[in-house]
Design a protein around this ligand. Structure first.
Ligand code: ADP
Ligand code: MG
Ligand code: MG
Ligand code: MG
Length: 692
């Protein structure tokens, strides 16, 4: 979530009237930014993570795990909270982290106090940093409250008591939900206004239907007995029985179901805008693969689902498209908008030669007036399309105090649209009045239950991003295939049994192994220690590798020959008999170009080994399963092997309580889960013994 203004939010009818004003000034603000920073070059790699938590109260008497709605108060205390820990808990040289509010009143988000640099030391501090933040968050909670890094709360929106304190969903003034009370939402006016304005713009309540997991005794057809079919408080209450709730599905009807999920995001700074655009594109096809590998949300509204991930639930939960835009009603003009404002990227944006026009094979509606404005100012076609595509959306919240702005100094209107387009990647221009350069954000991953796993994925993605630059890797496939992969990634057990479109040859033309580019000629880049000898190793992860010019004699075959279907395992470890070295293969080759001590390499290898095991299909070593499960598979198995589970898909209060207790114990290292984590897992306490 972006900055939180205090002020008076406009109603939807008022907001609509200012929509064009916000868009027009948003573009002007972007153009001021562009003029200021388009030639900016030489920014070093800085990067950071965002980890989201849901705070849960474990009520040991009633054996109930409930979402704790105190986080607005707790977050006030967490501001500048570093001094609250003893020296034992505070790793040396760690700056005070930042805690942010989120959509759910039970949620928190934390980021490191200052971004990581490209040093190996910073790379290896990520887990300690995350653990430190978790310890700080815990410190301000009651004894029975625990911050969980858990993607979706299994019993959100069930009958009975799932929040502390309890509120009735009959009071759902902004969402009109049959299941979620308004009190689930952060009380800052931004959040209830988003909820209400989405419903108003859409012209109906949110309707999400996730296929239920059909177990041995699931009634067929499954007609959900927990839906209050006959409630009659809000005008939309009959929607459920009039067709909005599908049989054999888990029906959800409010933004909170999706926006109340937790995730793991990473932001990287680039040397310049072109590098940021190339990096954005390169990670677009990686996003669904990482979603599949981090899958962690198989339970919704008290039922096991036939999907493993949150993505489509969030996409549905903020889908503010009108019936015409969703093509439910015939319309004269071509007003159909193919996706929700929360969804996968629609357009590759790099001007590098490796981005062939054929890869952008989806219809990308864009705001023509905004597009023309951008083009007239000299913005190239792809970037103009990207921005004016984001700008087909209306603002969701406008504060009356912030309607009129100094467009040379503010980017508020730009951000209003930009930060309410929630795509798998975000291209972030440098903010005004700050040192920050061009950045991209990687947003598809589900948050994992332990800091070890979250750190492993953060470390892996930053290393992969460097391998992409250093070796000039090419991951492009048609964007329609990336979208197909998004659907596949969410299916049950996709990390094991799914197949994904992926590029066969990722190395530059003519290369048979990854070769590092020489340092850039970019004049303002910090000088890189480099000698021509092949053995010269670099001290840091960095930016600013030159891209390879198009060789004069590349034979361009049909695009369809450039990719094929692979399993997650093949994508990570390579495919026998093919030229594709696997994502882990290129990451390892990249680490070989770095000057890393033996001890540090061991630590990095722990993360990569973990990812290898997660990505690998069933494989036994000395009669033990060597491969590791996704959290989604582990949670599903936990539910299905619980003594009180009746094989009817329902996840009752007792199962949920025992699950959350188990997750907490696993995180703290007091309960082993060898099918989920490495055998030697212990929570990082900042006193890692690193052999150097
Ligand atoms: P948002 O919610 O808008 O995505 P946050 O402020 O929550 O953004 O998180 C931004 C992340 O980017 C944090 O992890 C932060 O450490 C990191 N970060 C801050 N400055 C830079 C920078 N110059 N380059 C890259 N990352 C940065
Ligand atoms: Mg967040
Ligand atoms: Mg954030
Ligand atoms: Mg973010």
């Amino acid at each position: 979530m972006g900055l939180l203004h205090l002020g008076t939010p406009l109603t939807w009818d008022e907001t609509k009237q200012y929509a064009d004003h916000v868009r027009e000034h948003g573009i002007i603000q972007f153009l001021h930014t562009w003029d200021r920073v388009k030639d900016r070059c030489g920014d070093e790699l800085l990067w950071g993570d965002e980890v989201e938590y849901m705070v849960i109260t474990l009520d040991n008497e009633t054996k109930n795990a409930k979402l704790s709605l105190r986080q607005t108060e707790v977050l006030q205390k967490l501001r500048n909270a570093k001094g609250d820990l003893t020296d034992d808990d505070t790793p040396a040289s760690m700056t005070a982290p930042t805690f942010h509010p989120e959509y759910g009143r039970y949620m928190q988000e934390s980021t490191p106090g200052s971004p990581y640099t490209g040093s190996i030391q910073d790379l290896l501090s990520v887990e300690i940093n995350m653990h430190y933040r978790r310890t700080l968050a815990r410190k301000h909670l009651k004894a029975n409250e625990i911050p969980f890094t858990f993607t979706s709360f299994p019993r959100l929106g069930t009958p009975g008591v799932f929040t502390e304190p309890h509120f009735s969903p009959d009071n759902a003034k902004s969402s009109h939900s049959l299941f979620l009370p308004d009190e689930i939402t952060n009380p800052h006016p931004r959040f209830p206004t988003i909820t209400a304005n989405i419903r108003s713009r859409r012209g109906s309540k949110i309707a999400i239907n996730v296929p239920i997991f059909i177990d041995e005794r699931t009634p067929r057809p499954f007609v959900d007995p927990t839906i209050p079919w006959h409630r009659s408080i809000y005008p939309e209450d009959p929607d459920a029985k009039n067709g909005a709730a599908l049989n054999d599905h888990i029906y959800m009807d409010a933004a909170g179901f999706g926006m109340g999920c937790c995730c793991l995001q990473l932001t990287f700074q680039s040397c310049n805008v072109d590098e940021a655009r190339l990096m954005y594109d390169a990670l677009v096809p990686v996003a669904p693969i990482m979603l599949a590998l981090t899958a962690a949300s198989p339970v919704w509204r008290g039922y096991l689902a036939d999907v493993d991930c949150r993505w489509n639930v969030i996409a549905g939960s903020v889908d503010d498209r009108t019936p015409e835009e969703r093509s439910l009603k015939p319309s004269k003009d071509n007003v159909v908008v193919p996706k929700s404002r929360y969804d996968s990227v629609d357009l590759y944006i790099s001007n590098d030669w490796i981005n062939k026009p054929e890869y952008n094979d989806e219809r990308v509606p864009y705001n023509e007036a905004n597009f023309k404005h951008l083009r007239d100012h000299g913005i190239d076609e792809l970037l103009a399309k990207h921005i004016s595509h984001l700008f087909i959306r209306d603002p969701l919240v406008i504060f009356s105090e912030a309607i009129h702005q100094d467009d040379t100094a503010s980017t508020d209107h730009f951000e209003t649209i930009q930060s309410s387009n929630w795509q798998t990647l975000r291209f972030k221009p440098p903010p005004p009045n700050s040192e920050i350069g061009w950045r991209i954000e990687f947003r598809s991953m589900e948050v994992q239950m332990t800091d070890f796993e979250n750190a492993a994925f953060a470390v892996f993605i930053v290393l992969l991003s460097r391998a992409i630059l250093a070796f000039n890797l090419n991951f492009y496939i048609p964007i329609s295939k990336v979208d197909a992969n998004m659907g596949r990634a969410q299916m049950r057990d996709a990390a094991r049994s799914g197949k994904f479109h992926f590029r066969k040859s990722v190395l530059p033309p003519g290369h048979t192994s990854p070769i590092i580019s020489t340092p850039s000629s970019c004049a303002s880049c910090s000088p890189v220690e480099w000698s021509q000898g092949a053995t010269a190793k670099e001290e840091k992860l960095r930016n600013c590798f030159p891209s390879i010019p198009r060789p004069p004699h590349v034979e361009d075959g049909p695009i369809e020959d450039e990719y094929e279907e692979m399993t997650v395992e093949e994508i990570f470890v390579g495919k026998a008999g093919s030229k594709f070295p696997g994502l882990l293969g290129v990451v390892e080759a990249y680490i070989d170009t770095l000057d890393v001590s033996v001890g540090d390499r061991l630590q990095i290898n722990k993360y990569l080994e973990f990812i290898r095991r997660r990505a690998t299909g069933m494989f036994f070593l000395s009669f033990h399963a060597w491969s590791l499960q996704t959290p989604a598979t582990w949670i599903r198995d936990f539910v299905r092997s619980h003594p009180s589970y009746k094989f009817d898909s329902a996840v009752n209060q007792e199962v949920n309580y025992d699950l959350m207790v188990a997750v907490d114990e696993i995180e703290r290292g007091v309960r082993r889960a060898p099918e989920l984590l490495p055998e030697d897992y212990v929570p990082s306490n900042g006193r890692h013994s690193r052999t150097t």
